[in-house]
Design a protein around this ligand. Structure first.
Ligand SMILES: *[C@@H]1O[C@H](CO)[C@@H](O)[C@H](O)[C@H]1NC(C)=O
Ligand SMILES: *[C@@H]1O[C@H](CO)[C@@H](O)[C@H](O)[C@H]1NC(C)=O
Ligand SMILES: *[C@@H]1O[C@H](CO)[C@@H](O)[C@H](O)[C@H]1NC(C)=O
Length: 980
């Protein structure tokens, strides 16, 4: 296709809009099920008809359990439960006369049902046999004499069979979130299977799971209210874990790190350990809890101190007990050692760690009676631990190096050198929730799915495939990022293209809320991800990172996006069937409503302080709004807690307002908004211009921002006329020039009320505006009070640009470029990730692209046009907060201007592997690295900026050329006008 515009990104964006209705490229395997009668198919359910489900008694306990779940899942959909018959092949084939549909389930090699169908060549399992966690299901015709057909679900191993069963459950309509998010299956009259074979697996990541962490107050308070406490005080016993395990296996996961703040998984309930194995789940323990023993066991059972150097015997006895206790259960053993609690040890060295791991492995081999290569083990490269590894260590290849992110979703390391060849491979410990510096984030979801996609595909494609575990905090409120992470870990290939995230989100939304709401829900949660990528709620009290109340209308526009988003979410909610509203509230409306309310508080506090200096009487209304939003926040919490008769009480107990250090505040508090004493008098007029806090009457002659023919499309120039006291006045605007006008020359401001502040947009008549720069004046007269006359001086810029120029055009001595709007001359090696980051999207090189030489490799080309003769121009590049995931090749980029010599910038400093790089905290709060380079003189005219990313571990979002006008802001100036 020949793009009509040379600005490739633009053409791509248009194209995307055109294909949006046909869905983004998420390649989920099509369903074999249908809810209407199909000609060539097999009926599994109908009115008052549910299947008989048969399993071999010798099959794995997890498969038997899942078969029972499937029977009741059919009931959830059909209104009549399936039945389960536990019987072998010979009993099965004698029951010729079963009138019901029959489903046979089994594990290859463990189920006589499956094995006999294979040996009689009725079922072909060649494609799955011997593979890890792989399954197939299909209709089998004449499985034995006297029976027309059965539906068969076969697993390559017991978890494969289990995942096959839950895959069927999900596709007939039972969401993995049926319990945790109250997702209600659509009721069906009929369920049919077509004649196609469905195969999934092996999974992209061998071990995949979640870590329940930072679990107080929400999950812990809820647990106490709902489950009996153990003798040690924890409520996280087998009843609780059966809900967790049900979710994890339905998400096709196989790994869990249990809650550990005040719990001891294996001791709180003796049934916990065997229950996990029964579900087919491998249990682990977190990064500082080696050998399957909880941190909290140390204080009770460890003899002596948690110190290898001074108390080796005590520590060994303690660890030995962990191995002995868990030896009959599925376990991934956490190896290594850290200090007490989640802290570095003062006495450990690299050589001590070598000794510890060697001893642990020896102990496991002896205790479990298995070769090391058959024992899953992980050594968590968290916080300071990579520092030991970096010094060079001799550690058995069998242990998975479980790398981690920086607690804010930026992976610290991909496998490098020979690490990829290790038998144990690599893993990733990732965070959707965190307690610690620079701020906790543990209230509600602040995760951008596109960033998860970008970081985790980087990890996977770089060879990190053995274990993925994600810290999901209290779990509830993080359903969406959890579902996405698990889907990615199960089948990375269906997320091939960068727009697959949106496609997955739409498919996921359809499964939770129905097709009708799917597109809107996906769009709402995509914008939600962008808005939270700009600021986590907990970070909002850090004023150095606040949205600007004056420059670029930044605070106001950001808040407006929240208001619009809430309007959309509320209107979808209002139209949904009542049965679906609760799950939609929990998964979509609540985060949007609660998030908007928090942003309302911080935005209006900031605006009130600006309005006070301008003496707007509406300052006091803002203060009232802030108080009302604070009350609304409490009402929203109560609403959440009263859902489903109080089912989720305590889940919103987390404080989230008024952070003043990394740790959560003990109660929610808000800053006191500024108020003013009204000026005395009636009909008092004030005026202020966009981008300035000078105001009439203190200043009688105000200077507007330059109005350019090439202003950013979303940022029209204006001034505000406002009341300085309660009352009403009419105004009139006159112009001293034929080419300058305003949109509304007359109006009335009234306070109190929504008309206390009026926005008047400046409207030049470009046809009659002289070329170049011209100045004119607008006079604003208060018609109800003599002597109140303000003047706004306006410079109008009507520059000319060659007709054949294509690219970005300067206005306000600024050129701002969204990274995806590169020209067609750019290298095709770059990949645009739609919806990534804080503004439009991100651009990166594909994973495994080799490191590039400065200004030599693939280039992004940006033509732009300036009018200012700049003596001291600079270029600012906005990048995602990605770390140096390959420390041998730190994140760097080069820029060249007009073919000149390159400037090369290292984005993130190197470290010794044990700590975060300098500048890290600012970058994660902002959600961006921002790097400015001086480029010297820049004459007016046509220019070409080339940007070279030198590493695949980084992502660019925005580029700003400053020819003297760029003002401070969080997101950077809005994108310039594009001539295409
Ligand atoms: C269907 O199964 C579920 C779960 O086992 C059970 O709660 C429900 O009572 C059953 N329904 C009928 C009609 O037997
Ligand atoms: C499935 O049924 C369709 C429709 O009758 C038929 O065209 C197709 O060949 C069948 N496929 C298989 C694999 O049996
Ligand atoms: C303000 O002036 C306008 C125009 O002269 C007039 O119509 C209006 O009645 C006046 N309002 C007050 C409150 O005096």
């Amino acid at each position: 296709m020949a793009p009509c515009s040379r600005i490739l990104g633009l053409a791509a964006a248009t194209l995307l809009a055109l294909v949006a209705s046909s869905g983004h490229a998420y390649k989920e395997k099509p369903s074999v099920f249908s809810f209407t009668t199909i000609a060539v198919g097999y009926q599994l359910g109908g009115p008052n008809l549910a299947p008989q489900i048969r399993v071999d008694p010798r099959d794995a306990p997890g498969v038997l359990r899942a078969a029972k779940d499937l029977a009741s899942d059919f009931g959830r959909v059909l209104g009549v439960n399936g039945t389960v018959v536990v019987a072998d092949w010979s009993a099965t084939i004698t029951e010729k006369a079963v009138a019901k549909p029959v489903i046979l389930i089994g594990t290859i090699g463990q189920s006589s049902l499956v094995d006999n169908l294979v040996s009689t060549k009725k079922l072909d399992t060649a494609e799955i046999a011997g593979k890890w966690e792989t399954f197939t299901y299909r209709v089998v015709s004449t499985p034995w004499e006297g029976r027309d057909a059965v539906f068969v679900i076969a697993g390559s191993d017991s978890r494969g069979a289990t995942f096959g069963i839950y895959d069927v459950a999900e596709r007939i309509g039972v969401s993995p979130w049926h319990y945790w998010a109250d997702v209600v299956p659509a009721k069906r009259q009929n369920i049919w299977a077509n004649n196609l074979t469905h195969i999934e697996g092996p999974p992209s990541v061998k071990f995949r799971g979640i870590f329940l962490n930072d679990e107080a107050p929400a999950l812990t308070g809820w647990g106490k209210a709902n489950f009996k406490a153990s003798q040690y005080g924890s409520s996280f016993g087998s009843e609780f874990y059966s809900h967790i395990f049900d979710l994890v296996v339905r998400l096709k996961g196989n790994y869990v790190w249990p809650a550990m703040w005040s719990s001891m998984f294996y001791l709180d309930d003796a049934k916990n350990g065997p229950l996990a194995t029964e579900y087919g789940i491998f249990m682990g323990t977190s990064h500082h809890e080696p050998m399957a023993r909880a941190d909290k066991e140390q204080s009770r059972f460890l003899k002596g101190s948690w110190d290898w150097k001074s108390n080796k015997a005590g520590v060994q006895a303690f660890m030995q007990e962990g191995a002995t206790r868990s030896k009959n259960w599925s376990t991934i053993y956490t190896l290594g050692m850290r200090g007490s609690g989640d802290a570095a040890s003062a006495t450990l060295s690299s050589s001590a760690l070598e000794e510890i791991i060697a001893w642990q492995q020896q102990t496991l081999t002896k205790t479990l009676g298995k070769p090391l290569s058959d024992i899953p083990q992980a050594w968590v490269m968290y916080k300071e631990v990579p520092g030991y590894w970096k010094k060079g260590m001799n550690v058995s290849q069998d242990v998975t190096l479980l790398w981690s992110d920086d607690n804010r979703g930026n992976i610290r390391r991909i496998p490098i050198g020979d690490e990829e060849k290790r038998r144990g491979g690599s893993g990733m410990y990732y965070h959707f929730d965190y307690v610690g510096d620079p701020r906790n984030y543990k209230w509600i979801n602040t995760i951008q799915l596109q960033k998860t996609w970008e970081q985790m595909t980087l990890a996977h494609d770089s060879g990190n495939k053995n274990i993925w575990i994600v810290n999901v905090g209290d779990l509830k409120a993080l359903e969406l990022p959890t579902a996405h992470f698990m889907a990615l870990a199960w089948d990375r290939n269906s997320f091939d293209t960068p727009d697959s995230t949106r496609g997955w989100l739409q498919a996921w939304s359809a499964k939770q809320f129905g097709e009708d709401a799917a597109e809107a829900a996906a769009s709402i949660m995509t914008v939600y991800g962008k808005l939270t990528a700009r600021n986590k709620y907990e970070d909002l009290s850090m004023t150095p990172f606040a949205f600007q109340t004056s420059n670029y209308d930044e605070a106001e526009l950001n808040y407006k996006e929240w208001v619009d988003l809430l309007d959309q979410a509320q209107s979808v909610y209002d139209k949904l069937p009542v049965a679906i509203q609760d799950s939609f509230f929990e998964l979509v409306l609540h985060p949007v409503l609660a998030g908007k309310t928090v942003f309302e508080i911080y935005t209006k506090v900031a605006l009130a302080s600006r309005y006070a200096t301008e003496k707007r009487i509406s300052t006091n209304q803002l203060a009232k709004d802030v108080q009302a939003a604070f009350t609304a926040d409490q009402v929203i919490t109560k609403r959440f807690h009263s859902l489903k008769g109080g089912k989720w009480n305590h889940f919103m107990d987390q404080t989230h307002l008024g952070y003043n250090n990394w740790q959560e505040p003990s109660s929610n508090t808000i800053p006191r908004p500024t108020t003013i004493t009204a000026a005395s008098g009636n009909a008092l007029m004030g005026v202020t211009v966009q981008g300035s806090t000078s105001a009439f009457p203190a200043t009688t002659k105000l200077t507007s921002l330059t109005v350019s023919k090439f202003d950013p499309p979303g940022l029209k120039r204006y001034f505000d006329i406002f009341a300085r006291a309660d009352g009403s006045f009419a105004y009139e605007v006159t112009s001293n020039s034929s080419f300058l006008d305003v949109v509304s020359r007359q109006g009335t401001a009234t306070s109190p009320g929504s008309n206390s502040d009026l926005r008047v947009f400046i409207k030049p008549d470009w046809a009659s505006t002289p070329a170049g720069l011209s100045t004119a004046a607008l006079t604003i007269t208060n018609l109800n009070s003599t002597g109140q006359v303000a003047t706004v001086i306006v410079t109008v810029e009507n520059p000319s640009v060659p007709a054949d120029f294509e690219g970005h055009i300067e206005a306000d001595r600024t050129v701002s470029i969204e990274a995806e709007h590169f020209s067609a001359d750019s290298s095709k090696d770059y990949v645009v990730i739609p919806d990534y980051g804080r503004t439009l999207s991100g651009v990166r090189l594909p994973p495994r692209t080799p490191s590039q030489q400065p200004a030599k490799g693939p280039a992004l080309v940006y033509p732009f046009y300036t009018f200012t003769n700049a003596a001291d121009a600079s270029v600012t590049v906005y990048l995602g907060p990605s770390e140096n995931a390959n420390p041998d090749s730190p994140n760097r980029f080069s820029i060249t201007l007009d073919g000149g010599s390159p400037t090369t910038v290292q984005v993130v400093p190197l470290t010794d592997g044990s700590s975060q790089p300098a500048g890290w905290s600012d970058a994660v709060i902002r959600g961006a690295y921002v790097k400015t380079s001086k480029v010297g003189k820049l004459a007016p005219g046509k220019h070409e900026l080339k940007l070279f990313l030198l590493e695949p571990t980084m992502i660019v979002t925005k580029i700003v050329v400053d020819v003297g006008g760029v003002k401070s802001s969080l997101l950077g100036p809005p994108e310039s006008f594009i001539m295409a």
